[in-house]
Design a protein around this ligand. Structure first.
Ligand SMILES: [Zn+2]
Length: 259
């Protein structure tokens, strides 16, 4: 098993992250697997180096030690360009000038598909999601099926500011890093079909296994905020919590489930 812990440095590490980390490290530990740390700083406007540094420091404090070198998405622009080239050659990528306001919710109507706009900065880039169901077996939730063309339409892979999107960067990285198991919160379940589709287009023959675990209930963290201070690990450390206490709280919030 090769899995990963992949926080976005748009804030400090919080208890929700630690719950996910416990699932990831427990699954790897139980199977003699390894955990890679990937800093998902693909969004250059929202990511901050000081958050990344704090996340790495808090993980070390918790005793959650990753294997191998830390990968930072902000350093992989050429990797993402290179991975997209085969799709561009197959005319699966096109430029889109629609604003967020013109797109009603998550489902894009493929408005720009046949406009043949060049792939330049200042336009967003999309990959065609042709009709077809993606079926996969979630290790925690059982059989799933999703239809990307009805969920999201043609998939945004790069925005008009030149940021690679979460969906694209994570799929390229999981493919090129040969991740065998993706262990994450159930809030990302709906993204799985489009990531499997995109991975296949990128040349990945067999998708990774997926494990979608329950999220820390918002009501629980709100309750925690009131009774125990903030859920940020920085703040808990400053308030005198030990690493053991933080891990125990996260274990408690996760319902002591082990994948
Ligand atoms: Zn468009």
């Amino acid at each position: 098993m090769l899995t990963r812990f992949a926080p976005a440095p748009t804030g400090y590490l919080h208890l929700g992250h630690v719950v996910n980390a416990l699932y990831v490290w427990a699954a790897a530990h139980d199977r003699d697997g390894q955990v890679l740390l990937r800093i998902e700083d693909h969004d250059r406007q929202r990511s901050r180096p000081e958050y990344a540094a704090a996340i790495i420091d808090d993980l070390a404090w918790l005793g959650l030690v990753p294997d191998g070198a830390i990968v930072r998405q902000s350093e992989r622009d050429s990797v993402y360009h290179e991975a997209l080239r085969a799709l561009v050659d197959r005319e699966l990528v096109y430029g889109c000038t629609c604003s967020r306001n013109e797109i009603n919710g998550e489902l894009y109507a493929n408005t720009c598909r046949d406009k043949a706009l060049p792939l330049t900065d200042g336009v967003s880039w999309r990959v065609r999601m042709d009709p077809g169901v993606e079926r996969f077996f979630d290790e925690l939730l059982g059989p799933q099926e999703q239809e990307p063309s009805l969920q999201c339409g043609d998939l945004l892979v790069r925005d008009r500011l030149g940021n690679w999107t979460y969906q694209y960067a994570v799929t390229v990285d999981d493919h090129l890093q040969r991740i065998t198991d993706v262990i994450r919160g159930v809030d990302l379940l709906a993204s799985t079909g489009r990531q499997i589709r995109l991975a296949r287009l990128l040349g990945r023959a067999t998708p990774p296994r997926f494990w979608h675990h329950p999220l820390v209930m918002k009501s629980l963290t709100q309750k925690l905020s009131k009774s125990d201070g903030d859920t940020g690990i920085r703040d808990l450390r400053a308030a005198g919590w030990t690493a053991e206490q933080v891990l125990a709280k996260a274990r408690d919030l996760s319902g002591n489930l082990r994948p």
